[in-house]
Design a protein around this ligand. Structure first.
Ligand SMILES: *Cc1c(COP(=O)(O)O)cnc(C)c1O
Length: 335
């Protein structure tokens, strides 16, 4: 099976497995795991932040961030199709006692400064007050769109003008940075916190990092513990995460393969393909997405349904150019 369901399906490399075996470890709840400490230090540096925190998943990173930035009963502004709003089990309501105010983004999933300006409410005797703005880059539901650093800066600035902090869901921030040939830290210049997944295109088996100011991370560490995310000899999983941080530049190969897949699929009957900006390819199908994917699965290609007629294929480092060509040949028989 050529598994294009997600970039989370990658298996750790031999180097990652060896690094896990050989990792120097300690109890990370006491902050005594040298490998975790090293990962947090290097992640903070790469992301242009003072400090970072290793978390078991991207979802936990986002939820810890939201909870750390806000007080219960406040509102959080986010894009209508953002991961935090749609795919995190209403965690903002369950963990943070937050009210969500979804805003309409552009068709690339970008929130404009004007939209944010209009969405902010100040606290008074009737209104809860806006506690946080959350942005996403790359934007998953819009098709892995790489939002420009200037656009992130401007929208974050609009929130700051109202005294509202900004969290960036950068699950695939490496893809956004590589696609635009800028550093990770350039992507986070105006935001107050950022979450990056090590376990997607970067290839680690487990884990994400949350980064921000030293004071923010100190408070976030308590929230992580509260949610059950305080791990002990976590260097075993942080060591592959350190290797994953070095894989950012490698993402360019995934983007090239995504373009190849999109160009080839666009020549097949019954499919309409969105031009990819990173490693995600969105395909509109004439028949229903589930019917199309069932046939794909029969011929050994995996994807996921995003909507009634919308399918997502995601490129990652366990598929190469040959696999893409094979996948296209197989999908052609389905069409
Ligand atoms: C995958 C993803 C997450 C959550 O990460 P998990 O490690 O799967 O919990 C958050 N945001 C976006 C945009 C994602 O794609």
């Amino acid at each position: 099976m050529i598994d294009l369901r997600s970039d989370t399906v990658t298996r750790p490399s031999d180097a990652m497995r060896e690094s896990a075996r050989d990792a120097t470890v300690g109890d990370d709840v006491y902050q005594e795991d040298p490998t975790v400490n090293e990962l947090e230090r290097r992640a903070a540096e790469r992301l242009g932040m003072e400090a970072a925190l290793f978390v078991p998943s991207g979802t936990m990173g986002n939820q810890v961030a939201a909870r750390t930035h806000t007080e219960r009963g406040q509102e959080i502004l986010l894009e209508r199709n953002s991961h935090i709003y749609r795919w995190e089990l209403a965690g903002l309501a369950q963990h943070g006692a937050l009210q969500t105010r979804p805003l309409d983004g552009t068709d690339r999933g970008v929130l404009t400064p004007e939209t944010v300006h209009d969405g902010v409410v100040s606290a008074d005797g009737h209104r809860p007050g806006t506690g946080l703005l959350a942005l996403e880059n790359t934007h998953n539901a819009a098709g892995g769109t790489a939002v420009a650093p200037d656009a992130i800066d401007a929208t974050a600035q609009a929130a700051h003008d109202h005294g509202v902090p900004v969290h960036l869901d950068g699950a695939r921030l490496g893809n956004a940075a590589v696609a635009q040939d800028v550093s990770l830290s350039r992507m986070t210049r105006e935001v107050d916190s950022v979450m990056l997944c090590l376990s997607k295109g970067l290839g680690a088996p487990v884990g994400s990092v949350l980064a921000g100011s030293e004071a923010f991370i100190e408070r976030a560490r308590r929230v992580r513990k509260l949610l059950g995310g305080g791990l002990r000899q976590a260097g075993i999983v942080a060591a592959p995460g350190l290797r994953a941080l070095d894989n950012v530049d490698r993402l360019a190969a995934d983007h090239e393969n995504a373009r190849l897949l999109a160009e080839s699929l666009s020549e097949l009957p019954g499919l309409s393909v969105q031009e990819p900006e990173t490693n995600i390819v969105l395909v509109e199908t004439e028949r229903t997405a589930t019917a199309f994917l069932d046939r794909c699965s029969d011929v050994g290609v995996g994807g996921v349904a995003f909507d009634d007629h919308l399918v997502r294929f995601t490129i990652h480092w366990d598929v190469d150019r040959d696999d893409i060509e094979t996948a296209v040949d197989r999908i052609a028989t389905v069409c």
